[in-house]
Write a protein that binds this ligand. Structure first.
Ligand code: MN
Length: 178
């Protein structure tokens, strides 16, 4: 089957982009998967403020840069640009990446917790290939059903564009609700 989607970036990209002697970003080493896979959302006040959404799978943090604050309103879909896999230890990272380095700016944990894959037929890795992830977050701000769905690639796009949205459940807060 021809590969029509741009390839996701991996941990080698994570390493290549960073100089661990000069930035506080976690360096590789001593990574252990969690019994319950974790997620984290890091508010990143870089050139452009965004929210880095990360899900643990296959020993790394699969990652997306979400262009606006995630919403609890199921009608809201947030653009989530797939970025390179991050180290598991990045989930605990908060701090300032110095000027002149990749991702320069403040990183602050916006939400974190564990999650469950809600797709009975596909692992997270398979869902990443298929372009569709359904999961339940057990965070402090984001709880319950959420999804990430990949959009069709448009001519020559280097990054995968996905949409992050809240599913309809008791944790959803539709804008129309009183
Ligand atoms: Mn970022």
């Amino acid at each position: 089957m021809p590969k029509t989607q741009p390839a996701a970036e991996s941990l080698s990209t994570y390493r290549a982009k960073r100089n661990f002697r000069e930035t506080p970003d976690p360096a590789p080493g001593g990574e252990k998967p969690h019994k319950q896979p974790i997620f984290v959302i890091q508010e990143h006040d870089a050139t452009r403020l965004h929210y880095d959404f990360r899900l643990e799978a296959a020993g790394v943090l699969k990652s997306w840069a979400v262009t606006k604050e995630p919403s609890l309103d199921p009608a809201v879909k947030r653009l989530a640009v797939r970025v390179e896999d991050h180290l598991l230890s990045y989930a605990g990272f908060e701090g300032t990446i110095p000027e002149g380095h990749y991702g320069a700016g403040e990183v602050r944990i916006w939400d974190h917790g564990t999650f469950e894959n809600l797709d009975p037929d596909h692992s997270i890795a398979e869902g990443l290939d298929a372009g569709r992830l359904r999961f339940a977050l057990h965070g402090e701000t984001l709880r319950g059903r959420c999804s990430l769905v990949r959009m069709r690639a448009v001519g020559g796009a280097k990054k995968e564009h996905w949409l992050l949205s809240k599913g309809r459940d008791e944790y959803a807060k539709p804008a129309s609700a009183a």
